[in-house]
Design a binder for this molecule. Sequence first.
Ligand code: SF4
Length: 328
Amino acid sequence: MTDPVLLRAEGLTHHFGGHRTLFGPRKPPLRAVDGVDLEVMRGETLGIVGESGCGKSTVGRLLVRLLEATSGRITFDGQEITNLSGHALRHVRRQLGMVFQDPFASLDGRMRVGDIIAEPLDIHAVARGAERARRVAELLELVGLPASAAERLPHEFSGGQRQRIGIARAICLQPRFVVLDEAVSALDVSIQAQVLQLLAELQQRLGLTYLFITHNMAVVHNVADRIAVMYLGRVVELAPAEELFRNPRHPYTQALLSAVPVPDPARKQRRVVLRGDVPSPLAPPPGCHFHTRCPRAGAICAQVEPPTVTTAPGHVAVCHFATQAAAA
Ligand code: SF4
């Protein structure tokens, strides 16, 4: 029987720095990702949310092997890929795509669109000549752009069209897993909706599995099947999307959700304003990393790391009071 899990991360960490300098003592590492366990199911969209700097983009880059993990394990389709290199890594990378946030910065402005889209084909020596041109035209059609776009330069396109080019490039090698890193965040709301619609159509048509990284709770509610909430390099809550929005158990998730506008004026919502700034990942607070800002923190929270508590099928929260927490 096929394993329903396409991609699995176990104890994934990524620390920047932490090396000894020529003069002086060893600097503490910046714990960008600090022991993340995740499973991405075949064909689903797993959302990852959290404030800027929480480590969500680093997780995305680790999973598609654009960054090396400091420790931990990544398994893709049953194969461990954590330490692959050379030909084996190139082979796996063909199955892993990534769309970046800024469609202006992520495309080389001097290259023609056709060459930008076909670059992965060239790198992997997959198609040349007429076959390459045919594939580029096919990809442009898939993302809703005319074949003539291949001859033009990125600056001739709008932001939404550029993101379509970025998507065409990401699916060029027919990947099975695509990381969408704030893929619509830089776009106007009406354009966002069109690009999200395109992503949904491509997922259906090509059988793609997505990791959807965003800081926008309203957007992730619309697109994700399940959502992981990250804080200071760790996943603090994970649940099916509807369950998370209906019944958040972690105080951090409750605060994030309290800031999402509610369309129903009859439904009152209390805004939870978190005090203070996010602590430095160079020196995370002891105990629960969130205790310095948590409105529910008790004495235990500053001393003891909270356990991962299952509060409903498929719903886990990392909090001493997860089973007691009332929705804000
Ligand atoms: Fe807040 Fe304590 Fe739960 Fe951490 S463990 S989220 S500080 S209540």
